[in-house]
Design a protein around this ligand. Sequence first.
Ligand code: PLP
Length: 404
Amino acid sequence: MSFQPAEWRRHFPLLANHPELHYLDNAATGQLCEKAFDAVTLHELTQRANVLRGTYRLAELADAAYENARRQAATYLNAASPDEVVFVSGTTAAINLVAHAFGEGLKTGDEVVLSLAEHHSNLVPWQMLRERRGVALRFLPLAPDGRLDLSRLDAPISPRCKLVAVTHASNVTGAVTDLAPIVAAARAVGARVLVDGAQAVQHGPVDVQALDVDFYAFSGHKAFGPTGVGVLWGRSEALQALPPFLGGGGMIGRVTPEGSSWAMPPRRFEAGTPPIAQAIGLGAALDWLRAQPWPAMQAHTAGLAQRLIAELAVLAGPTFIGPRDLKQRLPIVAFNLADIHPHDVCQVLDAHHVAVRGGHHCAQPLMDRFGVAGAVRASFAPYNSEADVDALLEGLKDALRKLT
Ligand code: PLP
């Protein structure tokens, strides 16, 4: 199937409303695709009712749409069953769920292994668990180019390790984690593996069975779906082994004044009214994304990132963070321009209608490792084009003229 970025762009209503905009902050939030927008609108106009409670026809329509979204998410992830898909509010909520539910079973002396490339969402919940349960945190180090250094996995992943929680791809360097050796090392000591997929899912369908991990978390808003919804996928057996995190309606088997029993997953982890419309929108987005020509789209975004990296090398002063080999990275490009503060660069770029992010990107340990307080980050989606790179480079030249 051939791929035309301009055609793809038409599926994103916001971009049509802002023809002047060069939106390059896709690692923070992708734009909402019209399929998601249409599904949410249809739901709100024709199916809106609470789910899993009502016996009237409208409620049954809502139930069917919500469970269909679960199937669509399961298909995108190649999950063994829709029951492995828990709708949560996003990646952060998914990781906190595991940190509480899985963390509940840990004790002093147990270890959780992370990496120095983690977004704070996959670090702070584990630090909070350390406070609650006395577990120790160990960190996979970084290679000079920002990829995880996997050369000595048996040191951090020891028999005391109960869980390895790592990112599928860095939101700063774009480096893709080679999960196979990590999974093998974790399995060798009987540890579970959680993958933060927040940056990976919007670059093509994921196969959780092939990855052979236990938990996979992602956010809808980064995958061209609505905000306020995300997925915790868990292998059936891994989810069934967990106690609930939040208590409330919908997650119980039977409640008496003395105590409660729990529903089976995924309901056990969906206390209260879930983000119904958002989940339906996300399901529609994933269903549409699944059928897209990914190899061509990946080649397109990699080409844009490659050109930007090459042109950055020509501009005076930029320091580029991350692996140069595009095969090992997603189209996320972080850099500093001379000694100009990233926020100042972003402001000049905004005057050129270029939207990029500047700052520590919620990855301060990674920034510390590179000896910088922050960076400018341009992140590409398939609707981006050469014109977006042109505008970004023009803006950077302007920033150099004005601020150095
Ligand atoms: N993990 C990574 C790698 C991210 O890039 C992000 C968001 O930028 C998150 C987790 C947190 O996602 P959310 O804020 O949607 O929960």
